[in-house]
Design a protein around this ligand. Sequence first.
Ligand SMILES: *Cc1c(COP(=O)(O)O)cnc(C)c1O
Length: 234
Amino acid sequence: MKNEFGYISENLRVIKENAAEAADKYRGGVMPRIMAVTKTVSPEAVNYAVSLGIGLLGENRVQEFLSKQESYDPSAEVHFIGHLQTNKVKYIIEPMTMIQSVDSLKLGTEISRLAAIHGKTMDVLCEVNIGGEDSKSGVSPFELVPLLEQLAQLEGIRVKGLMTIPPPSDGDIFLGKMEELFNNIKDRNISGISMDELSMGMTHDYAEAIQHGSTIVRIGTGLFGARDYGTKNA
Ligand SMILES: *Cc1c(COP(=O)(O)O)cnc(C)c1O
């Protein structure tokens, strides 16, 4: 096991080093949580990362998660970070501790309904389409406050902050805009919600994201290597 997945521990060492450097320089040494993003990655590799101390996994696809879930080390916490259809919420309400990709009242309402049935309170983040890209999900910055106010009224759901995937070009500008938006909303003290978590930063921009106040960085390729979507031995 150690030989086969040795590259993961080396990758994690580098990520932690870079993250600590950014945290020391810009955030008074406060480190974000490091999430391992598991899409296309085998449960064995994921569990190896967990054995190295990564306590948080990020899942994009309900179907893929369901096929791997039983093989995962149960000590890891799992968050949903992908686009979520309302009819799939029922599969993740029990196993997950946070849904980071809430971008509509419809989705929030379904999470609330199912959480109530399961007698749990689901932590959620609102996904913000900070770059205004047509191709991306997420609520527009202009619709964010009304959505947060509506979500705050729902039972069984607790808004804890914001999540974003900035546009690949000019990413740094949008990380700054996101930081501003996050702080602005925090200052409003909207009742019934809290702004504790800012989930942003991936393999190519996690150091910059930490600079802009990220509390959760979501790392896939930087940890596990390039994703293989194709057939085996391609
Ligand atoms: C795939 C993915 C990541 C990780 O991306 P990498 O560039 O591989 O680090 C982070 N967040 C979301 C929402 C993703 O889909």
